[in-house]
Ligand binder design. Structure first.
Ligand SMILES: *[C@@H]1O[C@H](CO)[C@@H](O)[C@H](O)[C@H]1NC(C)=O
Ligand SMILES: *[C@@H]1O[C@H](CO)[C@@H](O)[C@H](O)[C@H]1NC(C)=O
Ligand SMILES: *[C@@H]1O[C@H](CO)[C@@H](O)[C@H](O)[C@H]1NC(C)=O
Ligand SMILES: *[C@@H]1O[C@H](CO)[C@@H](O)[C@H](O)[C@H]1NC(C)=O
Ligand SMILES: *[C@@H]1O[C@H](CO)[C@@H](O)[C@H](O)[C@H]1NC(C)=O
Length: 483
């Protein structure tokens, strides 16, 4: 009965049918302990994810993606935009990070993201004058290198580059923000001239975050009370559609209503806020994915939408300026294991994603508050220290570990620091308040984690300097090709 050919065919069938056509995901790497890039690439393949969006162009990531047929959006971080205002630097960037990988068996690069949400109001206009010249230089360099027909430069922008007026808060009244209208118009016209898409990040979760008046159900795709656009009479039942169509209107207002659009980021976090949990994330994706699979589009743009989910794995070293939820956007945990049922095929089946395989953890030992400790006068300072240098976002209001008692809080903080420090015994000192234990302290929803084994997990970003043997061979091939 166990005919391997049939089994393989079955497996192939399962893999091919396992994902919304053309679904992408964001692969961020701001973690203290990375999963090896080739493990991540295997996860993408196992789950049928065919596109990936990066936030840089690190060699280790690119090497892992080589030969995978996964379509890639590489990126230039905001801090490098000014550099790219020099055409020579832009040409170097393209040569080193795009054309170098552009051969059969190389990396299938489709887009270059120029900056990441550079016009966010929080940046106070810091990147206002450097984004458009960088976009021009990168696309022109791609064109000059002869790859501009198939590789497009685009700028992933956040949804606060456009808005509707307060007296007409409906999608059909959408316009680009007046303070950046000049820049936006130039960018849109340049994208149009090069047949490049507009990329936008849309976050229904953020509509809800810190805004208790926002109609809760409207953040999801089921049960939102219809809101009628007074300009068109169209009914909107979710903020994703309304947001997307506001951009369609803004593009139309500058003469490009039919410009191709990509949703560069969309997703729901699972911890760090009262609305961030597995249940809400499940509900969000269980509405989004079937909608995408059915190519429903939005009222103003019916049909296929190219979408990149945010994000792949939790990133415990991300800035928490926007909120504690920032470190919990993954559809997978820090260790590549799925968090909740999610059917990427959009058929709404109650199944789990395929997790990372071969993950190696450190030994099963935790750091806790020593129950025999007498002098508690330094406890608060030590918790503060532990939390400053690790990740205590799960302790916050409405989060997974918010129910711990005071001792539990201390142990949680101590353990996070101890794990981030690779279980170094000295990292469980805490002036005599810490104690190593082999007893699993997890309780209920609150997970006391064991971090990835550092010998297995390349440490943040330095991993590109220690590629595998195969990676070395690959670099030699690349070097050879450059000569
Ligand atoms: C290529 O990308 C990497 C990673 O984003 C960056 O550090 C490097 O400076 C880029 N190379 C060039 C020549 O610009
Ligand atoms: C933007 O301005 C505000 C208020 O002036 C300041 O607090 C913040 O640090 C600034 N942010 C950046 C990225 O410059
Ligand atoms: C951008 O250019 C404008 C107009 O030339 C200028 O007023 C503004 O200060 C510049 N902004 C930055 C951040 O350099
Ligand atoms: C535990 O820590 C959280 C977050 O700092 C805090 O809200 C909560 O009150 C603490 N619980 C106790 C019992 O101290
Ligand atoms: C600790 O316990 C939790 C909850 O029972 C479990 O999910 C986790 O796998 C355990 N961790 C280890 C390292 O055994």
């Amino acid at each position: 009965m166990s005919n391997p050919l049939i089994l393989n065919l079955l497996l192939l069938f399962v893999i091919l049918g396992s994902c919304v056509n053309g679904l992408g995901v964001n692969w961020g790497t701001q973690t203290t302990h990375q999963l090896p890039p080739k493990t991540i690439v295997q996860m993408l393949k196992d789950n049928g994810i065919s596109k990936v969006k990066l936030f840089d162009a690190h060699q280790g990531t690119m090497i892992a993606l080589a030969g995978s047929d996964i379509e890639v959006m590489v990126a230039i971080p905001n801090k490098d935009l000014l550099d790219m205002n020099s055409y020579d630097r832009a040409k170097q960037w393209v040569k080193r990070n795009v054309t170098r990988y552009n051969f059969k068996g190389g990396v299938s690069i489709k887009y270059v993201a120029v900056g990441n949400e550079p016009f966010l109001k929080a940046y106070n206009g810091s990147f206002l004058n450097t984004t458009f010249p960088a976009l021009q230089n990168i696309q022109n360099a791609l064109n000059e290198a002869g790859v501009g027909d198939s590789i497009k430069a685009t700028v992933p922008l956040n949804a606060d580059v456009y808005e509707s007026p307060e007296n007409n808060p409906y999608p059909s009244f959408g316009r680009f923000r007046t303070d950046i209208l000049g820049q936006m118009t130039q960018i849109v016209e340049f994208l149009a001239k090069n047949n490049a898409p507009f990329t936008v990040n849309i976050y229904p979760f953020l509509s809800l975050y810190g805004n208790d008046d926002f109609p809760f159900n409207y953040a999801f795709f089921d049960g939102g009370t219809p809101i009628v656009d007074s300009g068109t009479g169209i009914q909107y039942t979710n903020v994703f559609d309304a947001n997307f169509d506001t951009l369609v209107s803004a593009l139309k207002a500058v003469g490009h209503g039919d410009m191709p659009m990509i949703v560069g980021e969309v997703g729901w976090p699972t911890d760090g806020d009262k609305n961030a949990n597995n249940g809400n994330a499940y509900r969000f994706y269980n509405g989004l994915l079937p909608k995408l699979a059915a190519n429903k589009g939005t009222p103003l743009r019916p049909g296929y939408i190219e979408v990149y989910l945010f994000g792949l794995v939790d990133e415990d070293a991300k800035s928490i300026d926007p909120g504690y939820f920032e470190r919990h956007w993954g559809i997978f945990r820090y260790d590549g294991q799925p968090k909740f049922a999610m059917d990427l095929s959009g058929q709404g089946q109650n199944k789990m994603l395929i997790g990372a395989s071969g993950v190696k953890y450190m030994p099963s030992q935790w750091c806790m508050l020593n129950p025999d400790a007498k002098d508690m006068s330094k406890l608060v300072d030590n918790i503060k220290y532990a939390c400053t240098w690790s990740d205590c976002t799960a302790l916050g209001y409405g989060s997974s570990c918010n129910n711990l008692d005071a001792n539990g809080n201390a142990s949680y903080a101590f353990n996070m620091y101890y794990q981030i420090k690779n279980q170094d015994e000295l990292a469980c000192g805490f002036q005599g308040l810490g104690k190593v234990t082999t007893q699993n302290l997890s309780q209920g929803q609150c997970s006391f984690i064991i971090q990835l084994d550092p010998s297995y997990s390349p440490q943040s970003s330095s991993y590109s300097s220690s590629p595998s043997l195969w990676g070395l061979a690959f670099i030699m091939i690349l070097t050879f090709m450059l000569l």
